[in-house]
Ligand binder design. Structure first.
Ligand code: 4AD
Ligand code: MG
Length: 464
């Protein structure tokens, strides 16, 4: 018999019909006459109640129906007398597809997130992680839909690369060399001629540079892929492997870029509100009571736009008025998450787009302002998260970009192809990168980025 997904079953009003449901047991309550089994198949946060009559089923079979076991149930779909449920299934046949060993790690309710991270292979079966990963999927879908509908092309950039887009030297090397017998030259430098690519290569930190090649041919592209950063940041906002969405658009200046970022992110949040209502309601109840309010707030309000210099003035005033930050703040410093969150959560009380950062703390490709000190960067700062998007207008002048590359001593052998965009019909263009997990973090109200990607990679952890 064809299986009905629980999500579909719970919406159905075909009472009296015979259905087949399959899923994992969340709980079983047994009375003398009947057992009530809460079954979940992942299609929705909601369980369906299976009612098993003790007169119909062998007590040995019922005993094996424990939390975590997997069942196939055929029975009659009836209107549920219990509150909160519309439908239940009066079981006629129960097949145990898989019993569950006693040491099932998700047995108990209310386990800590730390504990569940050490059992990330099984935490997917919990209500919270089910909700998070259904929302994650929906956001990914919304992102593709948004860009497709706005005339952007999904452009695949390489994962293995020989260039460092962000120039921060936080790359994971890729090699097939035997590390015990590394070939070195007379100066003791590694000889890559025998290595797979014949030169040093790494996992990409960003698809932007290749994205610019796409944008200056196709007009508007976006990437959506995994990126890797070997930064030793053990924070609730950093992963060593994360997914990034990078739109890149020809003929856009920084204002167009900000408009796009704001419209895009609001679309994603709205999509989640409209399509993940059950999961969001659950998270709002269990994880963060102000989640829904925050999501609606972001959708309904304009983001504040101001320059880095103005932002620093506000932060310096806060310090003068007695506000204590862990890290010092003055013109020229990179903002820490606490500074970003002060601007967003305490000062403006809404999302902020900061622009025109000092060139020293931003990447080489950003367009230089007239002042010669700041670049046309933009960071979108969000409540609870801090930086969710980083982007800029790009330097389109060959001479200025070349000068910057030389100044930073970036090897030309890695960059000639990138500079060619500025030699062959250069144009103003802009783009940004949205950290996908930071978006999922924001939309779910979860506190730690390790809990919004199925199998997180962070310093000293690469399990599962
Ligand atoms: O600000 P970032 O480093 O910008 C770039 O990589 C540009 N090439 C993007 C572009 O203009 N096309 O990173 C962009 C975003 C950040 O705002 C943040 O949301 C996320 O990527 N991000 C991380 N997310 C999780 N873990 C990390 N270690 C992250 N580093 C950056
Ligand atoms: Mg950034």
């Amino acid at each position: 018999m064809k299986r009905t997904k629980i999500n579909d079953l719970l919406k159905s009003t075909d009472f009296g019909s015979t259905v087949c449901v399959k899923g994992w047991v969340r709980t079983r309550r047994s009375g003398k006459a009947v057992s009530f089994i809460a079954l979940n198949d992942g299609s929705t946060i909601k369980n369906v109640q299976i009612v098993a009559d003790a007169a119909v089923f062998d007590s040995e079979l019922l005993k094996q129906i424990t939390t975590g076991s997997c069942l196939s149930v055929i029975g009659k779909m009836v209107e549920s007398p219990g509150s909160g449920q519309s439908v239940e299934v009066q079981a006629e046949q129960i097949e145990i597809l898989g019993t569950c060993a006693e040491d099932y790690p998700m047995q108990k309710k209310g386990q800590s997130f730390e504990y569940m991270r050490t059992h990330a292979h099984m935490r997917l079966r919990t209500n919270t992680f089910g909700a998070v990963f259904r929302i994650r999927h929906n956001l990914a879908y919304a992102i593709h839909k948004y860009f497709h509908e706005h005339g952007f092309f999904y452009f695949h950039t390489p994962i293995i690369t020989a260039s460092d887009c962000e120039g921060a030297g936080q790359m994971f090397q890729v090699t097939t060399q035997n590390l015990y017998t590394l070939k070195k030259d007379e100066e003791g430098k590694i000889d890559y001629s025998d290595d797979f690519f014949g030169k040093p290569t790494s996992l990409t930190v960003s698809g932007q540079l290749e994205g610019e090649l796409g944008a200056t041919a196709l007009g508007a592209i976006y990437t959506f892929g995994p990126t890797f950063r070997a930064e030793n940041s053990n924070t609730p906002r950093h992963l060593a492997e994360f997914w990034m969405i990078e739109p890149e658009i020809a003929f856009y200046d920084i204002h167009d870029n900000m408009d796009l970022a704001e419209d895009f992110i609001k679309y994603c949040v709205k999509w989640a509100l409209e399509h993940c209502a059950d999961d969001l309601e659950f998270l709002n109840k269990m994880i963060d009571k102000s989640l829904l309010e925050r999501l609606h707030f972001v959708v309904e309000h304009d983001f504040v736009r101001l320059t880095y210099t103005e932002g620093i003035q506000i932060l310096e005033e806060a310090v003068a008025n007695g506000h204590k930050f862990e890290f010092p703040v003055h013109w020229g410093t990179d903002l820490a998450s606490e500074h970003e969150r002060y601007l967003v959560e305490e000062h403006f009380k809404r999302p902020v787009i900061l622009t025109d950062y000092p060139k020293e703390i931003k990447a080489f490709y950003m367009k230089m302002n007239e002042d010669g000190k700041t670049v046309r960067a933009m960071d979108v700062l969000f409540p609870q998260i801090g930086e969710i998007i980083g982007g800029s207008e790009r330097e389109e002048s060959y001479d200025k970009l070349k000068a910057r590359i030389d100044e930073l001593q970036i090897p030309m052998k890695d960059m000639w192809w990138y500079l060619d965009t500025r030699r062959f019909g250069t144009c103003p263009h802009s783009g940004f990168g949205l950290g996908f997990e930071r978006l999922v973090l924001f939309v779910t109200g979860m506190q730690n980025i390790r809990d919004v990607i199925p199998f997180p990679r962070t310093p000293k952890t690469a399990d599962f």
